[in-house]
Design a protein around this ligand. Structure first.
Ligand code: ZN
Length: 469
């Protein structure tokens, strides 16, 4: 048996997850994510696929984030006709994410075409894929629940374990059994954290021979997850007392539903003043619908608080999901305190920008940041509490307070990842392949893992082949 591992994305960086397991010349792809970052660079990297789609023998998807599933339509467009395996919730979220991307690409193409025409230039840019390609990719995804082992090929099986990262997120535990030799390779996917709302804690799969692990926060520690709700309540009370609105830039998937869930609990407990809460993002509303139909992914707490009492965790009296642009705009006229959750999470586009324009100069308002803000984004400038910021080409004085809750992270920090690792049976573990992290975080994480266990940690380089014996 000859077995190799290599990476075509998320090697010494965090986006574009694409890892390949080769067994006796057959290739199995784990994740097929999009590179994100500056437009030109991301576009180039996403077009250079690195492997001919029709040479792939099977595909696993760990979860529905764009940087893990966003390029699946390129596989089907390129001639891949095989199965794509994912949990049922991941299938649904991936479908939403791929369709959204196809839609954005089509709109970008229209815009760029018009710009080129105005300048009399030749227009050559084509979207990476269309909605038709996204639908085709969805049709190839087989939804397979956690703990239901399945065969991907001759002597190769896989079992999904809960990764505790987002709804439906999975670790893929691949077992190769050939010629009397058995080897297990565990792909952590994005590793979540204990105590997150809605979803379960990361599970502990049986002992692997090889582990491929993410390292997003290889050099950082987060606040405790149980602090998030207390902080939310405090900020809601203070802002309502000042008579202002709370504007929360949020990611459409998971973060928005966590906020809704917490606000539901806080409202039921009477821990926050009565005020309307708006989810003003079509994508977030669609994602919430997916959350409602996957109770098999919920943890005990949400069962206790809601399901047992036949209550919808994502619906309550004060909560409103806006749909039309008119409804969204009408929120500008609200005079009373309210909470507005909108996308995108880093404030770079979408309806959140209108809400910021309307509230940023109000000293009674709070802009509440609950996610990671990348460099050079409006979100990062707000996080830095800059006194003046540019939105839609206009300058605004920032009088609103900016608050930050960093206990919402969906990724394990290095201590949590290390604790999860040492909670496994490591008696067979030979090597740990570190992926999905910036070089600085990876170097620190490698050192930390060296101290934590005997297995050799390796920082995976793009395209380099590692033999698994
Ligand atoms: Zn993720």
């Amino acid at each position: 048996m000859e077995m190799n591992f290599y990476s075509l994305g998320a090697a010494e960086e965090v986006t574009g997850s694409k890892h390949v397991l080769e067994v006796d010349g057959k290739s199995y792809l784990v994740d097929c994510g999009a590179f994100q970052g500056s437009r030109a660079e991301a576009d180039r990297k996403n077009r250079e696929f690195g492997i001919e789609p029709d040479r792939i023998n099977g595909v696993l998807v760990t979860h529905g984030h764009f940087d893990h599933c966003g390029m699946l339509p390129l596989l089907t467009k390129g001639g891949y006709r095989g199965n794509i395996y994912a949990t049922p919730a991941t299938r649904d979220i991936s479908s939403l994410v791929m369709m959204d991307s196809a839609n954005i690409q089509a709109r970008d193409a229209d815009y760029l075409r018009r710009q080129a025409q105005k300048k009399g230039e030749k227009f050559t840019w084509e979207p990476l894929y269309t909605e038709k390609d996204a639908i085709e990719a969805t049709s190839q995804i087989m939804g397979i629940s956690y703990h239901r082992p399945f065969f991907m090929g001759d002597g190769i099986s896989c079992e999904f374990f809960d990764a505790g990262h987002i709804l439906g997120s999975a670790m893929a535990n691949v077992t190769v059994n050939k010629g009397g030799t058995e080897r297990t390779i565990l792909f952590s996917g994005d590793l979540g954290r204990k105590g997150k709302p809605i979803i379960r804690d990361p599970e502990r799969p049986p002992t692997p021979d090889y582990l491929v692990i993410e390292s997003t926060y290889g050099d950082r520690q987060h606040g405790k997850t149980d602090d998030a709700m207390k902080q939310l309540a405090e900020i809601a009370k203070q802002t309502a007392a000042r008579g202002g609105k709370i504007i929360i830039p949020s990611f459409a998937i998971e973060r928005t539903q966590e906020l809704v869930y917490y606000f539901h609990l806080l409202t039921d407990e009477g821990a926050i003043p009565q005020m309307p809460i708006y989810v003003d993002s079509p994508m977030a509303t669609n994602a919430t619908t997916i959350f409602q139909v996957h109770p098999e992914c919920y943890d005990e707490d949400i069962h206790e608080a809601f399901i047992k009492h036949h209550k919808n965790p994502f619906g309550f009296n004060n909560l409103h999901f806006t749909t039309s642009v008119e409804e969204s705009k009408s929120l500008n006229d609200l005079k009373e305190p309210a909470i507005i959750i909108s996308a995108d999470g880093m404030c770079e586009a979408g309806r959140i920008q209108h809400h910021l324009i309307n509230n940023i100069s109000d000293p009674a308002a709070t802009i509440l940041l609950v996610g990671f803000m990348a460099n050079n984004t409006l979100g990062r400038r707000l996080q830095n509490r800059e006194e003046e910021v540019k939105i839609h080409g206009m300058w605004f004085k920032r009088k609103a307070r900016v608050e930050n809750i960093n206990a919402f992270s969906a990724h394990a920090d290095y201590v949590e990842a290390g604790d999860w690792l040492t909670s496994l049976d490591l008696s067979r573990l030979k090597k740990i392949f570190i992926v999905h992290g910036e070089p600085k975080a990876q170097t620190a994480f490698k050192q930390y893992l060296k101290e934590k266990c005997r297995a050799e940690p390796v920082i995976v380089k793009y395209g380099e082949t590692y033999t698994l014996d």
